[in-house]
Design a protein around this ligand. Structure first.
Ligand code: S3P
Length: 162
């Protein structure tokens, strides 16, 4: 069974996935990293040069691939839930955890971040709230919801290990 982490940018998915990988001695597959490595360019560059639609198509191809693995930890980009097929694929061999943090917490964590193209706007908090409202019902299709508002990842990691 795979462990699949979904949730908003800045919710802590990558840190939690890496900690789980260490504790369980299982490979961690980050969809964003796989995309950047295969494209040989950053997520920012893909968005600016090719657009979000192209990024989503590449992301879907990566999901098709990683969802077929066994006993891995899959760290998903925040937008994978936008394509319902992605979640169906991930659930076939995985238990899906929604790593949840509120818009205010996300904003505090990402206000100086430049690696998320969707948040490079004049009013990032407003943008986070809009995206969050739209995506919350999609994230809630996960099997388990994990609270990740605390700065420490120990709680979420312990909850998933249980
Ligand atoms: C995105 C989240 C990012 C990355 C891209 C788009 C999104 O991943 O895939 O910038 O639409 O929420 P993280 O959730 O790892 O930041």
């Amino acid at each position: 069974m795979n462990i699949v982490l979904i949730g908003f940018m800045g919710s802590g998915k990558t840190m939690i996935a890496n900690a789980l990988g260490q504790k369980l001695q299982r490979p961690v597959l980050s969809t964003d990293k796989i995309i950047e490595d295969s494209q040989k360019r950053s997520i920012n560059a893909i968005f600016t040069e090719s657009g979000e639609e192209v990024f989503r198509r590449i992301e879907h191809d990566v999901i098709k691939d990683v969802s077929q693995k066994d006993n891995v930890i899959i760290d998903c980009g925040g937008g994978v839930v936008l394509n319902p097929d992605n979640l169906l694929l991930l659930k076939k061999k995985g238990k899906v955890y929604f790593i949840h943090a509120t818009p205010d917490v996300i904003y505090q964590r990402l206000k100086n971040d430049t690696s998320r193209p969707l948040l490079q706007v004049p009013q990032p908090l407003e943008r986070i709230k809009e995206l969050y409202q739209h995506r919350l019902p999609l994230y809630n299709q996960a099997d388990v919801v994990i609270d990740a508002n605390d700065a420490s990842i120990d709680g979420p990691v312990a909850a998933i290990l249980q």
